[in-house]
Design a protein around this ligand. Structure first.
Ligand code: DGJ
Length: 563
């Protein structure tokens, strides 16, 4: 059974905690108010579903993860001084940071929580929440974070065997001892959090990282082969809606050329489902896995030539298998590295499902994609590679051809993090309001797509029109020199809207054809402790042609009427 809290059960906590959330800036931003509440146990973070929409409830109210993921080796205490400044500069409220199995479990079963405790202490001091990433059996399909005592005993903790009988650089999902060790260590981590984190600094935990194996590989060990030749389990048939004429059909009979992909997904999902269940039994925080869409032929959004380490990871067309056999997972999040807007949106559409809250655990590309995510009801968004562990030398004599660098060669620098700061900066003071409005279905957000000059967001009696590249008082939109525009509109009352964006013009139009819009009041302001504080009223050149958003953060509360 999925651990989605029913809304009724959460409603009481929501009301009580809304008052709490409005009580102080720290709580508003989601950061623990240290001194006063250090020992007080707060409500557990929960994924809540209502009217087909999801929210992550933190301290009893919807919370938007303005996330940022550090580089893979930045979860060590020595690296943390280079993590927090990047989080501040970017206005992130939540840090995604790894916990390494090899560090936590250096001598089998003797767990070392010192690094986790450092993360908790420092996150609280910096008023950030955490999403912990359990780098364990799988990290990008590989077993590189297994403790040494496992790496040195391959017969007990075997790797996947390819079709020619060779061990691969990927763990076997049928390794019973590995499953037992991972489950034990993960349960220990979660149990430790249960006692060490009454403040709920940790909001969610990712189980493994981009699990699976390269290309079309699946385990060919004798035990695995026997299962592959045997019948497809009934829960898989049901999940994939397969009605076979053959009694007890095997994987090949059911899935044809995709038999290996489905078999491997089933085996990896079953393994991770058991690790997750062990952790959840110790401490029931929301848990998820991250997928690498766009990297495997079974994904609808694959990019030709991209590395193929996603087989066995939850690509979009295999999600039902994961949902069926790994129910302890609250969601499956796409690591969305699509570089073009249409592909980016396609990934969001595929992972926003009635049975799956949308969370983007890793991302890159244009900062405007954040608005696409909000427009698809995401509970959070997290660019990868954010910390200041590197210094970028420009021009770099060792790398004269900058454009040839793979994206992650640029991570860990100020230049890499900086582009996301305006988008997060404008949303951060009102992140709680944005999360609530999205949960209530009152928010729409969008961004510029190539060749799409105008977009319409519909709000019953009003349409909000978003245009790109129109800066004269009247004039036709021409699009920005490259797609960079974005807009967010939320309905506060029948005729009142919250509006923000970048490089775009927003206007309102009555849905009734014979009416015209007039602005009653356009207020520039900012949210403070849940209350909109008006800084000035815009009129004249600032509103006569519509509401223009440039590179500067600008938040408007707009009251409209018809004439
Ligand atoms: C996706 C992985 O999940 C991350 O841990 C990292 O390896 C990036 N790819 C690339 O650096």
């Amino acid at each position: 059974m999925r651990r989605i809290f029913c809304f009724v059960a959460a409603a009481f906590a929501f009301t009580a905690l809304t008052a709490f959330a409005q009580a102080g800036t720290a709580a508003q931003a989601g950061a623990p108010a240290q001194a006063a509440t250090a020992a007080r146990e707060r409500p557990l973070p929960r994924v809540v579903k209502k009217d087909g929409r999801y929210a992550l409830f933190v301290d009893g109210a919807p919370y938007l993860i303005l996330g940022a993921q550090v580089n893979n080796s930045s979860g060590w205490p020595a690296a943390l001084p280079k993590v927090w400044p990047a989080m501040e500069d970017m206005h992130a409220n939540t840090v995604e940071i790894p916990v390494y199995w090899e560090q936590l479990d250096p001598r089998q079963g003797q767990f070392d929580y010192s690094v986790v405790d450092t993360l908790l202490t420092q996150a609280r001091a910096h008023r950030k929440r955490l999403v912990l990433l359990w780098f364990a059996t799988w990290k990008n399909g590989q077993p590189h974070y297994m403790p040494e005592w496992m790496k040195l005993a391959p017969e007990r903790y075997p790797r996947l065997i390819d079709e020619r009988g060779r061990p691969m650089d990927s763990p076997s999902p049928f390794a019973a001892a590995s499953l037992e060790a991972d489950s034990k260590a993960f349960a220990a981590l979660m149990g430790h959090l249960k006692t060490a984190d009454p403040q709920r600094t940790v909001l969610m935990v990712q189980v493994e990282n981009e699990p699976g194996t390269g290309e079309d590989y699946y385990d060919h060990s004798p035990a695995a082969q026997k299962l592959y030749e045997g019948p497809v389990p009934a829960d898989v048939l049901k999940a994939m809606q397969v009605h076979s004429g053959t009694p007890s059909p095997n994987w090949r009979e059911v899935f044809g050329p995709d038999a290996g992909v489905c078999f491997h997904n089933w085996s990896v999902a079953k393994y991770i489902g058991q690790v997750a269940a062990a952790g959840k039994a110790a401490y029931p925080l929301p848990l998820y896995v991250n997928a690498a869409p766009g990297t495997h032929r079974c994904s609808a959004v694959r990019e030709p030539g991209a590395p193929g380490y996603a087989n066995g990871g939850p690509s979009d067309n295999i999600l039902p298998i994961w949902k069926a056999v790994a129910p302890a997972l609250d969601l499956i999040g796409p690591d969305n590295y699509a570089r073009e807007g249409p592909a980016y949106v396609k990934v969001l559409e595929l992972y926003r499902r009635d049975d799956n809250p949308l969370y983007i655990p890793e991302t890159g590309g244009s900062p405007r994609f954040f608005f696409f995510a909000l427009g698809h009801q995401a509970i959070g968004f997290s660019p990868f590679g954010i910390d200041y562990t590197r210094i970028r030398v420009i021009p770099d004599p060792a790398r004269p051809k900058d454009e040839l660098l793979v994206p992650w060669a640029r991570t860990g620098t100020r230049e890499f993090a900086a582009p996301f700061a305006p988008e997060y900066g404008v949303i951060a003071p009102m992140a709680r309001e944005i999360a609530r409005l999205n949960f209530e279905g009152k928010l729409q957000a969008t961004a510029e797509q190539p060749g799409e000059l105008t977009q319409t967001l519909r709000f019953g009696a009003w349409d909000a029109t978003v245009s790109y590249g129109v800066w004269a008082r009247t004039g036709r939109p021409a699009g920005n020199p490259e797609p960079m525009g974005s807009a967010l509109v939320a309905q506060l009352m029948d005729n009142q809207f919250l509006v923000t964006g970048f490089h775009s013009r927003v206007d309102f139009r009555p849905a009734a054809a014979d009416r015209h819009r007039q602005f009653l009041r356009v207020e520039e302001g900012t949210y403070e402790n849940g209350v909109f504080k008006v800084l000035r009223v815009l009129n004249g050149d600032q509103t006569d042609g519509g509401l223009d958003f440039y590179a500067e953060p600008l938040v408007l509360r707009v009251s409209v009427a018809t004439y």
